[in-house]
Design a protein. Structure first.
Length: 588
């Protein structure tokens, strides 16, 4: 690692003056990671990197870029430098603002025409009542697909890299969900909305995604839209806040380009356009009424986006129709409550806004594992059905609930214990050649044991058409152990905040001891690379003496090194060191 450059030293000094709140703002605006925030030198180097500066400029408004250009050219200022300092581009501690980045990075600002006029972009016409209903229906259908995606990811292993599912993962999801789903775009929206997360290379539902499924339709949309929109690029969010009623048609790109000249908006706008259509913010590139209410903060009194969406939604179906072939057909969209109930009791054969379900023995066992009491299953099915429940359906429910506890599984130190209702059931399992893999051993007339983990025993038994329940010590069914994770999606944010807390504490401690900003990092690098430094030391009489020396160690509040001029070892108290910088290439 090289010693900090003079520009980096200036930035380090400025960084050391920032408050904890200002550090959080800087980290968010400049995309600092926990690793970037380990020390002043590390942070300064990240902020000085060309790609980081370019990204900061791309997110900046036209007016701020022109002010930055004036600072870079040492011209008189005619604007506010506050936004520039928040982004770590300008130091305002002196009377004249100083740049905190290389001037060469600002050459692109010369291409901005300060005299250009903003293009006109009038508001788009509002959607008609019929178009609003169609938009609300499409929005509801998208939320149903996202709902099903979250459930499928909980039950299917989907490998992903950088938030992009691999081909096998997409294939698995397609098999689980069926046709008619844009899997990649649904995953992208769900990740941005924090309904799912990528953990150790696997997509998993988040706690937010799990709780989101039980909300009513309008509230579901508000959570989805606000979470998804919060991750949009700053230039897009700010442009929309200025023109919330504007169409996203072709002139829209020109408007964004004028207000954010350095934003790489063309390709990104196409992607966010498609996402906004799926989320229900746009209908044919025209903002929906509920999107306008979400975006337009100037409307007084404020309109409730959830109420606007709810007013345009089609009526929900009061229930489903139960059939002799164990299928349940919806006559229209289902409420969140009814959809969750059917998802618990039955297998969804056809997804989307108007789903189709099928009741099976496995789905009923799953319901028991999820905490539905055996005595409640038939009443719940009757409550959901618009017609009398067919005898075949009632017979299946009766058969499964009656036999459910015939085979109970419990975890034991040696693996899994299978308790049977009678000795004949134990003998049946021991005779079945398909269960040889379990290595079953008879403990008693009505008890078997396997060394396999309980979830694998359950899966094997169910695969061989044996109904079985995992129960606790009291005999109450419990959910099978699962590898799925529901992480806190702010895990990265928490790590960053923790890193910033430690960094600010270190800065405060160094200031208390009188150690110059970045001193420790500079000494560490110089010691390893045997690089001479110029070190300014304040003497007891107030004068300043400069030593050119090669540092050797930093211990006990003292810096030990060898002076270059006469090769004499010298020890300097850290509390009296006021400045450290790389020594010139040649010294006298």
């Amino acid at each position: 690692m090289a010693l900090p450059s003079p520009a980096e030293l200036s930035l380090i000094s400025w960084l050391a003056s920032r408050t904890r709140a200002q550090w959080s703002t800087l980290a968010n605006l400049r995309g600092l990671t926990p690793n970037d925030s380990r020390g002043l030198t590390t942070a300064a180097r990240r902020l000085q990197e060309p790609d980081n500066v370019a990204a900061a400029l791309a997110d900046m408004h036209r007016e701020d870029l022109l002010v930055l250009r004036s600072v870079g050219n040492s011209h008189s200022l005619s604007g506010d430098v506050g936004p520039l300092e928040l982004r770590g581009l300008v130091d305002t501690r002196e009377e004249s603002p100083q740049l905190l980045c290389e001037r060469t990075y600002l050459e692109i600002l010369e291409e901005i025409d300060a005299s250009a006029s903003a293009p006109e972009h009038p508001p788009a016409p509002e959607l008609s009542a019929g178009e609003a209903v169609a938009a609300a229906t499409a929005t509801w259908a998208s939320m149903c697909q996202l709902d099903e995606l979250v459930q499928a990811i909980a039950e299917t292993t989907v490998s992903a890299k950088d938030g992009v599912a691999n081909a096998t993962g997409v294939k698995n999801l397609s098999a689980e969900l069926g046709g008619g789903y844009d899997i990649e775009r649904l995953i992208s929206v769900a990740l941005h909305a924090q309904l799912i997360a990528s953990v150790n290379g696997v997509l998993v539902p988040t706690e937010k995604g799990t709780s989101w499924q039980s909300l009513d339709i309008a509230q579901k949309w508000v959570v989805l839209a606000t979470s998804w929109w919060a991750t949009a690029p700053w230039w897009l969010r700010h442009s929309v806040s200025m023109f919330p009623a504007s169409s996203w048609s072709s002139p829209w790109a020109g408007v964004i380009k004028f207000h954010f000249p350095l934003a790489h908006s063309d390709e990104a706008l196409q992607e966010w356009d498609k996402g906004a259509e799926l989320v229900g913010l746009l209908r044919g590139r025209i903002p929906t009424p509920w999107a306008r209410a979400l975006w337009d903060e100037s409307t007084m009194p404020a309109k409730d986006p959830a109420e606007l969406l709810a007013a345009s939604l089609p009526e929900v179906a009061p229930g489903v129709y139960a059939n002799e072939d164990f299928t349940f057909l919806a006559s229209g969209p289902l409420s969140s409550t009814l959809r969750l109930r059917m998802d618990t009791l039955a297998v969804r054969e056809l997804g989307g806004l108007i789903p189709r379900y099928r009741l099976t023995g496995a789905s009923l066992m799953r319901a028991l594992h999820r905490g539905v009491a055996a005595a409640d299953i038939l009443p719940q099915v009757r409550q959901a059905s618009l017609n009398p429940v067919p005898p075949s359906v009632e017979a299946l429910i009766d058969d499964v609930t009656r036999k459910a506890h015939d085979r109970e599984l419990r975890t034991s130190p040696a693996g899994t214990v299978i308790s049977l209702a009678n000795p004949e059931l134990a003998a049946e399992l021991l005779r079945d050649p398909a269960l040889v893999v379990l290595g079953l051993q008879q403990v008693s007339d009505q008890e078997l044991q396997s060394s396999w983990p309980i979830e694998r025993v359950l899966h094997t038994l169910m695969g061989c058409s044996y109904l079985a329940l995992i129960v606790d010590e009291a005999g109450i069914p419990v959910s099978p152990p699962t590898s799925e994770v529901h992480p806190e999606v702010n895990e990265g944010s928490d790590a960053l905040e923790h890193a910033l807390d430690e960094l600010c504490a270190t800065i405060e401690e160094s200031a208390r001891l009188g150690v110059p900003p970045g001193f420790g990092s500079i000494i560490e690098v110089a010691t390893k690379s045997k690089t001479p430094l110029e070190i300014d030391v304040t003497m007891p009489d107030g004068t300043t003496v400069t030593h050119v020396m090669e540092p050797r160690s930093l211990t006990g509040g003292r810096l030990r090194g060898v002076e270059i001029k006469n090769s004499i070892e010298r020890t300097l108290p850290i509390s009296r060191i006021t400045s450290v910088r790389p020594a010139p290439l040649t010294t006298e």
